[in-house]
Design a protein around this ligand. Structure first.
Ligand SMILES: Cc1cc2nc3c(=O)[nH]c(=O)nc-3n(C[C@H](O)[C@H](O)[C@H](O)COP(=O)(O)OP(=O)(O)OC[C@H]3O[C@@H](n4cnc5c(N)ncnc54)[C@H](O)[C@@H]3O)c2cc1C
Length: 385
């Protein structure tokens, strides 16, 4: 059995998740069960209750909501998918804004404002090429400059988790924390087995992303890693200007070595790079970010950041953390029926591109569960690698 999520040694990001779902007993059965309380699961659950208030919906979360990638993400809001645009995908950023708007209106919350959503654009940066008057002129294995501007922006991940959870609860979703689904047996619908209890559901959404791959049918079909992030203490406005980030556009490299980041409203900066594998450990849940490999990677990331620009030489680091991420060789997300039953849907594997996509596709998954929409033509588990 995998260790409890509370045993993770993945460090703490700088933000909080200020939401504690009401503690309620587990019912015997529901119409829809969602396994995983990250952005995907919470958005799907809230959307289900918005569209079909007469249906019962439960989110089952092994730890606390946001315990996986969603509470630990970098918070860059990106368009499309890690594999670029996909047939029929639609406009992910417009979709995110619409979904947050519709959920917020239905329960008297201003979700986009509450999660500090801002969409000023995002910069792709690289060591060769560069646009005229690139705001970024950094040194990192070459001269790093802006090569392209794409749609995108930033949000506060802790506030998005809390906002989605609060909208979901207001719309009638039951959120149960600290209940790990150990296995699901299929008959007519699914029966979810916990350590001491069971729950029957007509349909089940697996929104467990880089964790519990056996449960979601993704074992050996996708690659889980832990990805690392760190934040610097707030900089003065002049320092932000000197390093080219006063426009607060998030950035990511399109060549290697990888580096991404964004400025937070208090002028601290979240930076990220580096993937830790779980080859010898069996599961990313067992990776300790204080252990040798991660410590070495954090030291290297911090050294790189201090050398990017003279204004960063004295930067001090306040937080180090990591979170699970799931990749496929094709970089396409998984969006498919569960390999063992058509009553299960599996959604995830967004790589480092899941903040907007998780909410957008979570709502799409809800519509499939209500038989109002079909699966997209991409996302098949069988195409995994
Ligand atoms: C450090 C980091 C930085 C990132 N930066 C960005 C970024 O800047 N921009 C971007 O677009 N994407 C980024 N990503 C990716 C993005 O955060 C994820 O794609 C997205 O959060 C995935 O959401 P999710 O709900 O699908 O999965 P998760 O948030 O991982 O949620 C899965 C949930 O399932 C629960 N769970 C697992 N197993 C079980 C079980 N058996 N029973 C019950 N519950 C279970 C977990 O506890 C977890 O809460 C980043 C990821 C990381 C880790």
């Amino acid at each position: 059995m995998s260790p409890s999520l509370s045993q993770h040694a993945w460090g703490q990001p700088p933000w909080q998740i200020d939401s504690s779902p009401a503690r309620k007993p587990l019912p015997k059965s529901v119409d829809f069960a969602i396994v995983g309380g990250g952005f995907t699961g919470l958005a799907a659950a809230a959307w289900l209750c918005l569209l079909a208030p007469e249906k019962s919906v439960a989110v089952l979360e092994a730890g606390r909501i946001g315990a996986g990638a969603s509470g630990r993400t970098g918070g860059m809001v990106l368009a499309e998918s890690a594999a670029g645009d996909l047939p029929g995908l639609g406009d992910v950023l417009a979709g995110l804004t619409r979904i947050l708007g519709d959920l917020g209106r239905a329960c008297g919350l201003s979700l986009a404002d509450a999660c500090e959503l801002a969409l000023p654009g995002a910069w792709e940066i690289a060591r060769s090429g560069g646009i005229a008057n690139s705001a970024i002129e950094w040194t990192d294995s070459g001269a790093l400059r802006v090569v392209n501007e794409v749609p995108g922006g930033t949000l506060n991940p802790g506030k998005l988790v809390a906002g989605l959870a609060s909208a979901a609860e207001k719309l009638g979703v039951l959120i149960v924390e600290n209940e790990r689904v150990e296995r699901v047996s299929w008959g007519s619908g699914g029966e979810l087995h916990f350590a001491y209890e069971k729950l029957r559901a007509k349909k089940v959404l697996f929104a467990t992303n880089g964790l519990s791959l056996e449960l979601s049918g993704l074992n050996d079909r996708a690659h889980p890693k832990l990805t690392l992030a760190a934040s610097t203490a707030p900089l003065a406005e002049e320092q932000l200007q000197a390093i080219g980030l006063s426009q607060r556009k998030p950035f990511y490299t399109v060549d290697f070595p990888y580096l991404w980041g964004r400025v937070c409203p208090d002028n601290s900066i979240v930076w990220g790079a580096g993937l830790v594998g779980a080859a010898d450990l069996g599961s990313v849940e067992q990776i300790d970010i204080a252990a040798e490999e991660s410590s070495r990677m954090f030291a290297s990331l911090e050294r790189r950041i201090r050398h990017l620009h003279p204004a960063l030489e004295q930067a001090s680091f306040t937080h180090r953390w990591g979170g699970p991420i799931l990749f496929r060789d094709s970089w396409e997300p998984v969006f498919d029926r569960h390999p063992e039953s058509a009553d299960g849907i599996v959604l995830g594997a967004y790589a480092g591109h899941g903040v907007a996509l998780s909410v957008y596709l979570g709502a799409w998954a809800a519509e499939i569960m209500l038989s109002r929409r079909d699966l997209p033509e991409w996302g098949r588990i069988a195409n995994s690698g």
